[in-house]
Design a protein around this ligand. Structure first.
Ligand code: SAM
Ligand code: DTB
Ligand code: SF4
Length: 335
């Protein structure tokens, strides 16, 4: 039932996506229970280590320099401030700490050296360290891996077909290349997308098809609901209806049974019961902390209340081992 496959056809994913909602949720819940510890939720905390002033034109993003949003541009943070923030996140129950930078790509300069130091320092806290810094070369991915990076987030955002409606300053293939560099370096891959960008159901299915047919599924798949930000081209988009989010999560669960499906941006607008349905449909990860990168997220206390009411348990760091060790294990089994 929860077979891990990489040969999905568009029609097969469409058939799943179009099932009546409650049947779809039940099917996803069965696979979820078979493949994961039901009710266990991985908690990631996000920190924007370099904010705004980005050269890209991602139409959803408040950090693109060309749009007039009211975010405060901030240069790369100091290592010690980042470590303090990671310590707070750990005290709040986060097992993963994700550092985001508003860069198009990583450059081999002193800023990157500082990020490498951040990775080393946060790693000492026994947390899964994650970064999202834009495009990476294979060499940069290796440097991050050597510094102890556990995961790298790089989203495909939408379908290959819809992509150029949203971003023109880099291509879908650029994104896939970075993901493959991350994978080659033995770093856990975190890749998903956004719904609410003006895409069709066929685009949502196309996005899941790309992810599900990767040679290895991303270990984490964030499903973001667009947070419309005034001043961006998509700032007036209407909110994605809740049932469409549930449908997307359940389909992701069924086509990538082993992945952590993350209920990501857009949680602030969801009630506890709506989030409960997302967890039933296979979501088993969230971003916690009162801020995402630049936009608000539910308060710590309200999330703790949700965990209590729903009987959710935070997942421990490194419960799935380290991707590097898994590469070693596979090599040893083969030898
Ligand atoms: N600059 C790097 C990059 O683009 O890869 C890293 C940071 S970027 C903000 C990370 C991801 O956040 C984007 O790929 C996108 O999926 C998501 N994101 C950005 N703005 C968003 C918004 N307004 N609503 C939902 N998701 C958003
Ligand atoms: C992801 O998929 N979602 C996070 C994280 N990866 C980096 C970012 C969401 C950003 C939402 C808009 C903001 O706060 O700026
Ligand atoms: Fe820049 Fe990333 Fe925002 Fe695109 S999503 S504008 S690359 S910060």
């Amino acid at each position: 039932m929860g077979d891990i496959r990489h040969d999905w056809t568009r029609e097969q994913i469409r058939e799943i996506y179009e099932r009546p909602l409650l049947s779809l949720v039940l099917d996803a819940a069965i696979v979820h229970k078979e493949m994961h510890t039901y009710g266990e939720v991985q908690i990631s905390s996000l920190l924007s280590i370099k904010t705004g002033g980005c050269s890209e034109d991602c139409a959803y993003c408040p950090q693109a320099a060309r749009y007039h949003t009211d975010i405060k541009v901030q240069a790369l943070m100091k290592v010690e401030d980042v470590v303090k923030s990671a310590e707070n996140a750990k005290a709040g129950g986060a097992s993963r700490f994700c550092m985001g930078a508003a860069w198009r790509e990583v450059r081999d300069n002193r800023d990157f050296d500082r990020v490498i130091d951040m990775v080393k320092e946060v790693n000492k806290l026994d947390m899964e360290v994650c970064c999202t810094l834009g495009m990476l070369t294979d060499y940069q991915a290796e440097r991050l891996a050597e510094a102890g990076l556990y995961a790298y987030n790089h989203n495909i955002d939408t379908s290959a077909e819809h992509y150029s409606e949203v971003i023109t300053t880099r291509t879908y293939d650029d994104r896939l290349d970075t993901i493959s560099n991350v994978r080659k370096a033995g770093i856990s891959v975190c890749s998903g997308g956004i719904i609410g960008l003006g895409e069709t159901d066929a685009d949502r299915i196309g996005m899941l098809l790309t992810l599900a047919n990767m040679p290895q599924h991303p270990e984490s798949v964030p499903i973001n609901v667009l947070v419309p930000v005034a001043g961006t081209p998509l700032g007036e988009n209407s909110r994605v209806p809740f049932d469409e989010l549930v449908r997307m999560i359940a389909t992701a669960r069924l086509v990538m049974p082993g992945a952590a499906v993350r209920l990501s941006a857009g949680r602030l607008e969801l009630s506890i019961s709506e989030q409960a349905m997302c967890f039933m449909a296979g979501a088993n990860s969230i971003f916690a902390g009162d801020k995402l990168l630049t936009t608000p997220n539910p308060e710590f206390n309200s999330d703790m209340e949700m965990f209590r009411v729903l009987g959710l348990k935070p997942k421990a760091a490194f419960a799935d081992g380290h991707p590097k060790d898994r590469v070693k294990e596979v090599a040893e089994t083969v030898a």
